[in-house]
Design a protein around this ligand. Structure first.
Ligand SMILES: Cc1ncc(COP(=O)(O)O)c(C=O)c1O
Length: 345
């Protein structure tokens, strides 16, 4: 049987053998009572890694972001963020539903990245009863489009927010990819925000889970909010055990995914009519094609030849490399795409 080359997302990764073994043998307890030793270990590890006081295990990145929003703001407050942010585009409107947030969606002026100049004119502070208050600024690192803020850019946004008395939440679903690509510590990135979410179940290939980190007081409040949202998971140590192995074994491996994304980008741009939307900074490649082939037809042809991706969004095709995708798979996928999009099609 030929191997399916699944480039839809790094969320499709499978837990490693070491993760499965850790899940089998870990100690667990009732985490809602604070009695799961493996969860407690993972939360302490996450807080230490990111240089924050405390951490909270949550079921998903979406959960972590939404829990953060609802913990930071009061209903009716505005949240400033990029119009392309995952929180806006891919979280089902949860911010309105769960936090009562008014999302102020900003067209970012630096690719998919916000600048202080983008935020400045939208900031709303003061006592005028007509005006919603800016309750939070959200940034993504890496962005949902695989781009990276420079450390200095994040520091500038954090300083700007701090001067205005507005907290910052960092959606770091792929924080470890970002830290690796920028050659900075995850803590250096986390230092640019009051709260951070990062995911274990993307490139780090644990089966389930994300962490929300922040001050002890913030996490205590978020823990209550997690319970309200139905995220008190009892013997969740089975999941944390895999998460701990992910942090031990998968962080350095992300470099392979980045290398494979770069290779895929180079191979795809050799196909006439294919252009890179942006240089791949982590494990994501976005391209546009001049091919007249209908996207649904392309998808069907790719699937028939064992290459999976999602339908394009706004004309952009996304390919994500991850554990289990080897260099030979990348080369094969590029050949299949060349057959679909090349001049002979
Ligand atoms: C930037 C970003 N934030 C948040 C999430 C949400 O993570 P989850 O799928 O675990 O809810 C994703 C998922 O891909 C993401 O790309």
């Amino acid at each position: 049987m030929t191997k399916t080359i699944d480039l839809r997302s790094d969320t499709v990764t499978q837990p490693t053998r070491a993760m499965r073994e850790a899940m089998l043998t870990c100690e667990v307890g009732d985490d809602v009572l604070g009695e799961d030793p493996t969860i407690n270990r993972l939360e302490a590890r996450a807080a230490a890694l990111l240089g924050k006081e405390a951490a909270l295990f949550v079921p998903s990145g979406t959960f972590g972001n939404q829990c953060a929003l609802a913990t930071h703001i009061n209903a009716g407050d505005e949240v400033l963020l990029s119009e392309g942010a995952h929180i806006v585009v891919h979280e089902c409107g949860a911010a309105a539903y769960l936090a009562g947030a008014q999302l102020r969606c900003i067209p970012p002026s630096n690719g998919s990245r916000l600048t202080v100049a983008d935020l400045q004119p939208r900031l709303r502070v003061g006592d005028d009863i007509h005006i919603p208050r800016t309750g939070l600024i959200c940034v993504e690192q890496a962005t949902a489009f695989g781009e990276l803020y420079g450390l200095a850019d994040l520091q500038a946004i954090y300083a700007f927010a701090g001067a205005a008395g507005v907290p910052v939440h960092l959606d770091g679903a792929r924080l470890f990819n970002a830290a690796l690509a920028l050659d900075v510590s995850p803590a250096a990135l986390a230092a640019c925000a009051d709260s951070v979410t990062f995911c274990l179940s993307k490139g780090l290939c644990a089966p389930v889970g994300s962490l929300l980190v922040g001050t002890r007081a913030f996490i205590a409040k978020a823990r209550r909010r997690r319970k309200l949202m139905g995220g008190g998971l009892r013997q969740a140590g089975f999941l944390a055990a895999a998460g701990l192995v992910a942090l031990d074994t998968q962080v350095a491996r992300l470099a392979d995914d980045h290398r494979h994304a770069r290779l895929l980008a180079d191979l795809l741009t050799r196909i006439p009519g294919v252009t890179l939307s942006r240089e791949p900074a982590i494990n994501m490649v976005f391209v546009r094609t001049a091919s007249p082939q209908d996207p649904a037809q392309t998808l069907a042809a790719l699937t028939a030849q064992g290459v999976l991706t999602y339908a394009p969004e706004n004309g952009e095709w996304r390919f994500v490399t991850h554990q289990g995708i080897e260099e030979t798979d990348v080369r094969l996928a590029a050949q299949v795409l060349a057959r679909c999009w090349g001049p002979q099609s």
